[in-house]
Ligand binder design. Sequence first.
Ligand SMILES: Nc1ncnc2c1ncn2[C@@H]1O[C@H](COP(=O)(O)OP(=O)(O)OP(=O)(O)O)[C@@H](O)[C@H]1O
Ligand code: NI
Length: 258
Amino acid sequence: MTTRLSIGNLGVRYRRDGQGVEALKHVDLDMEAGKCLAVIGESGSGKSTLALAIAGLLPAGTKFDGSIAWPGLGHAPLNGRDIGFVFQDPSASLNPVLPVGEQVAEVARTHLALTWREAFGLATDLLGRVRLPDPEAVARAYPHQLSGGQKQRVAIAAAIAARPSLLIADEATSALDTIVQAEIVALIGRLVTEDSMSLLFISHDIALAAQLADRIAVFRHGRLLEIGETGELLRSPAHSYTRSLIEASFGPAAEERG
Ligand SMILES: Nc1ncnc2c1ncn2[C@@H]1O[C@H](COP(=O)(O)OP(=O)(O)OP(=O)(O)O)[C@@H](O)[C@H]1O
Ligand code: NI
């Protein structure tokens, strides 16, 4: 088992109105290469903060303690190159005035030293890989010409364009309706397997996360409450809080599920 990422005693404190907001406290966590770790917890529990800390995207002035190590990487991880990030709102991650193929190509060109023509060819391939119909036509489309689910597919294509070793999906399906949500979860699962990526899948929905996750980490109030192998954690959660998340997500029948 290769460790992709090792987080030690991570603490994050934001600055807001001259005061500190402690968003993460004493978090110890490892991610294994090629595995999916789901991060679960209610709103404000620190899930996105963890993702931003890993991707080096915390706002300036944020206080940061502890360590995030990338064993074997040999250089500081580069966002976009080593880490692909998919956010909740695909519109916010796409440029409204640029054809989507160019946006995916730009990521490939920046990080893979390709010519523009090669990058655009790769972008079109990627739009096919995320199962967008007629990738050549989609490549020339603007974001407003696509549905929410299609835009999220484009955002995923851009996130994986540089072949990152870690993909972070932060509530990547929360803005989509249930059917599209299931399709995008399946797509993410397929892509990480095909490209042997590690996946950090952030969700407030433990049932959704369980579809992908090898392990589930439960956060509450900025702390890692418990972490376990998915089946094990669902069967026998250590904390009543985790049990309540399971019941809320699967419904009260969850306990009989075994
Ligand atoms: N830029 C910021 N400045 C100040 N405080 C912040 C900032 N971003 C997040 N916080 C605070 O840090 C805490 C953790 O927020 P975070 O966004 O990590 O939670 P989350 O689990 O991702 O929640 P959600 O499910 O709503 O996305 C919250 O108390 C939040 O208000
Ligand atoms: Ni969040």
